[in-house]
Ligand binder design. Structure first.
Ligand SMILES: [Fe+2]
Ligand SMILES: [Fe+2]
Length: 139
């Protein structure tokens, strides 16, 4: 059934967003050195964006009749104070997010709920933008 599979991958996305919120907040607080000036605010913004994405996805799951997960994705959040390691793990996280949302977009095309499609597409595009930004930051 389209709906069940959709709820399943939306919950997967929610788990990654909950994890991203924690990870970015952790890095914003722990980053050391001169890059703290610029990257700490960037990580704080990413944490807030992840919370916002999670909220949209959570409401979408409820709208579809599902129960949203309350636990984050268990993929380890690696502690570090080094900006370059943080960027590697951030890029990894955004890549995961973009992959999950691209799967969701395929399922949403079958469902025919335009509101939901538009809402999730905005998130998907935001993930792609973050991915590109992180790619350029790492060069
Ligand atoms: Fe996100
Ligand atoms: Fe993201």
């Amino acid at each position: 059934m389209i709906q069940n599979n959709l709820i399943k991958i939306l919950n997967e996305a929610l788990g990654w967003e909950l994890r991203a919120t924690n990870m970015y907040a952790h890095y914003a607080a722990n980053i050391r050195g001169i890059h703290r000036l610029q990257l700490s605010p960037l990580f704080t913004t990413e944490a807030a964006e992840s919370t916002m994405h999670g909220d949209i996805v959570r409401k979408a799951i409820v709208k579809l009749g599902g129960i949203p997960v309350t636990e984050r994705n268990p993929h380890a959040i690696i502690h570090t104070t080094k900006f370059d390691e943080m960027l590697v793990y951030s890029l990894e996280t955004e890549t995961q997010a973009a992959t999950v949302y691209s799967e969701i977009m395929i399922e949403l095309e079958k469902l025919g709920d335009q509101d939901l499609y538009d809402a999730i597409e905005q998130i998907y595009l935001a993930e792609l933008r973050s991915l590109e930004e992180l790619r350029l930051l790492r060069e």
